[in-house]
Design a protein. Structure first.
Length: 224
């Protein structure tokens, strides 16, 4: 509003009282700067509209994680993390997660899966895999409590997130606004509890928190 007032006042001086070249050039500069700011705002508005479109299309989509220990049903928060929800659902639909394993299990904390390396028989590579292209974080205010579905990431937040995800088995507020929550378990928390209780490797520190017997994600079924 202040900038607009400057332009109006300058125009008034030009019409009714005249103005020198310096005032006229300042008026043109202010007008040009306002035009640039308006263009930036229009671009940001287009980005928001696209994300809102994506969130609306993702509403009501659910995923059933079918494991060798039972099924886990999940719903999503597309209004909070539309890119993450889209990323997870499209990978689930494509079969990306089929025959991967929950490779990191810490009772009272979380169970982690989604690494394509776990389709192979080299446990030393588990936890190090992911897609070629990462996605930007969408940190939000949703609390990391039991049953929450959140996205794993490397220590450097600027690297974004890939395909690895985790399901909370306990309450961990220190993860809030540090990892992107994008869904929650709505049925099958008993399966999560049973997975969290499996025996994990303690003999080899390189395989710490890996289950002794594989916990396999057989497939993911997407529905609305």
């Amino acid at each position: 509003m202040k900038k607009m007032l400057i332009i109006v006042m300058s125009f008034s001086i030009l019409v009714f009282g005249g103005c020198d070249n310096k005032e006229f050039e300042q008026m043109k500069a202010d007008k040009s700067k306002l035009a640039e700011e308006n263009a930036k705002l229009r671009k940001e508005l287009v980005k928001v509209e696209k994300l809102n479109f994506l969130a609306e299309k993702l509403k009501g989509v659910k995923v059933k994680i079918v494991t060798n220990m039972g099924d886990i049903d999940c719903q999503f928060y597309p209004e909070k993390a539309p890119i993450h929800v889209w990323n997870f659902i499209t990978r689930a639909e494509s079969g990306f997660y089929d025959n991967t394993k929950f490779h990191r299990i810490i009772p009272g904390f979380m169970i982690q899966g989604g690494d394509p390396n776990t389709k192979e028989d080299n446990p030393l590579m588990y936890g190090q895999g992911g897609p070629i292209v990462a996605i930007p974080h969408e940190f939000n205010e949703i609390h990391h409590r039991a049953g929450i579905l959140s996205m794993a990431r490397v220590s450097d937040p600027s690297m974004g997130a890939g395909s690895q995800f985790f399901i909370m088995h306990g309450d961990s507020p220190h993860l809030d606004n540090q990892y992107t929550v994008f869904g929650e378990v709505v049925a099958g928390m008993d399966v999560v509890n049973n997975i969290a209780a499996v025996e994990t490797n303690r003999a080899d520190p390189r395989l710490q928190n890996q289950p002794v017997k594989p916990v396999v994600i057989k497939k993911m079924l997407v529905s609305r």
